[in-house]
Write a protein that binds this ligand. Structure first.
Ligand SMILES: NC(=O)C1=CN([C@@H]2O[C@H](COP(=O)(O)OP(=O)(O)OC[C@H]3O[C@@H](n4cnc5c(N)ncnc54)[C@H](O)[C@@H]3O)[C@@H](O)[C@H]2O)[C@@H](O)CC1
Ligand SMILES: [K+]
Length: 497
């Protein structure tokens, strides 16, 4: 698991390293610059015609130090100073002075950009505090259109480190070298796209400098797959967890199939599908391992019996929006005594009855995509898209649910606890049924004993990795939800499960 910091957290971390541990700011800056120069060497770029855009803060200070290191080893490097240097930071002024002492020319003219083969962006880092105005948007547009390799120092200028939003215009990098920890804005779209390849470089700021942080975001990594359930020699199907999948409606058997199949594939011992009678044959034919309980009209007693059977419940995929579906969702929320995963149509129903979530309920994971979240909040989709992180966190806290807000980089927010930003997955997963698979996986992991918050964060990560596996055998555009289920098996196999 690695930490993902916002700008405030990173600044505090910088300060603690400097003030508490005593590492001088200029030393950190030198290491930051050295890491960028090493990268240029590794990629065989250091001898190209390099132009470094330097702002007046410490990001610009990094840029000046990079320029000096390249200059002293004989590189063809030019510095383009952009902004008001009468208010330059002390480190920036010191770096300018060092450059001049070595006889370097620091230019303020756009002519410097001519024929650049590599453009290094050191205009703004985590100090960007407002929308870019003045000449900046046009300058960034110009360099984004140039036929040159673009490298961002710490974060592409114009990307908000706090949420990945574009502050007017941003540098479109081929690669970004960030220091000490990845930043939130590099993990969330659209910022993630502007970063290109992201390299996190150690510069002497260690995790002990995180001491003042309350709850930074985290991201799961390959080593976190060790949390996956482990089979035990004395297992039997009952001990491996029972999942009740309340899903499907007339003409919507597929969602019930995908959710239940993936719950079983994630390792649960038994899966029971609670679905309308008309889906019986199709589900049994495709998925004979499932236990099926069917209904043709509302039957509260029957549902309560099934709720009592389960170790984990998944509700929503393909459920439709009938009165009957509404009864299923309300009764499940009111009576479930085990954790639930609420998805798809169940979320659409909840959007009209949010008061149900305000009542005491068992540990609940909701898995809305951005559109479903917009309906839950009664807000425009655009607003939700622009405020994903805070919305997931606020909703989790206000309704005491674990909110897995699905996007190309899914956010899992746990009330008053960690928020996870997922880094696995690929574009091929944007396909019908992919969300049903996620629901099944999370419910399957819960049934096997994982805490719902761990099942949600690990389930989202696993689901993304399974999609990446599928992309190795299927073309991205041809990928289907069933391929993601196969990908889960491959991951489990690789992890010795
Ligand atoms: N000792 C440290 O604090 C270290 C800092 N480092 C670098 O320093 C960066 C942070 O430096 P700073 O805090 O000085 O911040 P930046 O260099 O990112 O930018 C700050 C300057 O930009 C101005 N500014 C912000 N938004 C603006 C806008 N929209 N239009 C015009 N001006 C705007 C601010 O008023 C300030 O003068 C990091 O991203 C990293 O690159 C690294 O050298 C590592 C060590
Ligand atoms: K930058």
């Amino acid at each position: 698991m690695k930490y993902i910091l916002n700008s405030r957290e990173m600044k505090q971390c910088d300060s603690r390293t400097i003030e508490h541990y005593g590492l001088p700011s200029m030393v950190l800056m030198e290491r930051a610059a050295l890491s960028v120069v090493s990268f240029l060497h590794e990629r065989d770029l250091w001898q190209k015609k390099i132009v470094i855009l330097c702002g007046s803060g410490n990001n610009g200070g990094d840029g000046l130090a990079i320029a000096r290191l390249l200059y002293l080893e004989g590189g063809q490097v030019s510095v383009f100073l952009v902004g008001d240097f009468s208010k330059a930071s002390p480190e920036n002024m010191a770096q300018q002075k060092i450059c001049r002492q070595y006889g370097m020319e620091l230019s303020s003219s756009t002519d410097t950009l001519a024929d650049a083969q590599v453009i290094v962006d050191a205009l703004f880092g985590i100090g960007l505090s407002r929308e870019l105005g003045g000449d900046y948007p046009a300058l960034l547009q110009e360099v984004n259109a140039m036929d040159a390799y673009r490298l961002a120092v710490d974060i592409p200028s114009g990307v908000s480190a706090d949420d990945g939003q574009i502050m007017g215009q941003a540098f479109l990098a081929d690669a970004t070298i960030t220091f000490a920890f990845a930043k939130v804005g590099q993990m969330l779209y659209p910022g993630k796209k502007y970063c290109g390849e992201l390299i996190v470089s150690a510069i002497g700021i260690e995790s002990c400098s995180l001491a003042d942080q309350v709850l930074p975001c985290k991201s799961l990594e390959k080593e976190d797959l060790k949390q996956l359930p482990q089979a035990s020699p004395d297992d039997h199907k009952g001990s491996r967890g029972k999942v009740l999948v309340i899903a499907g409606s007339e003409d919507m058997a597929g969602a019930a199939y995908l959710a239940s199949k993936s719950a079983l594939t994630s390792g649960a011992g038994m899966v029971k599908v609670y679905t309308p009678r008309c889906n019986r044959d199709i589900i049994l034919t495709r998925f004979p391992e499932a236990i099926l309980v069917t209904y043709d009209k509302w039957n509260e007693k029957q549902l309560l019996e099934e709720l009592a059977w389960a170790d984990a419940i998944a509700i929503g995929p393909g459920l439709g929006k009938s009165n009957l579906a509404e009864n299923l969702v309300r009764t499940t929320l009111e009576n479930a005594a085990v954790p639930m995963v609420v998805d798809a149509d169940a979320l659409g129903i909840l959007a009209e009855h949010l008061q149900w979530l305000k009542k005491p309920h068992t540990e609940t994971v909701i898995t809305p995509h951005l559109g479903e979240m917009a309906r839950l909040m009664g807000s425009p989709l655009m607003y939700v898209t622009d405020h994903k992180l805070s919305i997931a966190q606020d909703f989790a806290r206000d309704y005491q649910v674990i909110c897995a807000l699905k996007d190309a980089a899914t956010i899992v927010s746990v009330p008053y606890a960690t928020t996870y930003i997922n880094a696995s997955g690929c574009s091929g997963m944007a396909t019908a049924g992919s969300g049903d698979v996620l629901t099944g996986v999370i419910a399957g992991l819960i049934a096997q004993g994982l805490r719902p918050e761990d099942a949600a964060s690990l389930g989202v990560y696993l689901h993304g990795l399974a999609g990446e596996e599928a992309a190795r055998t299927e073309a991205n555009l041809c990928m289907q939800a069933g391929d993601i289920i196969k990908g889960i098996k491959t991951i489990y196999q690789k992890e010795g499960r």
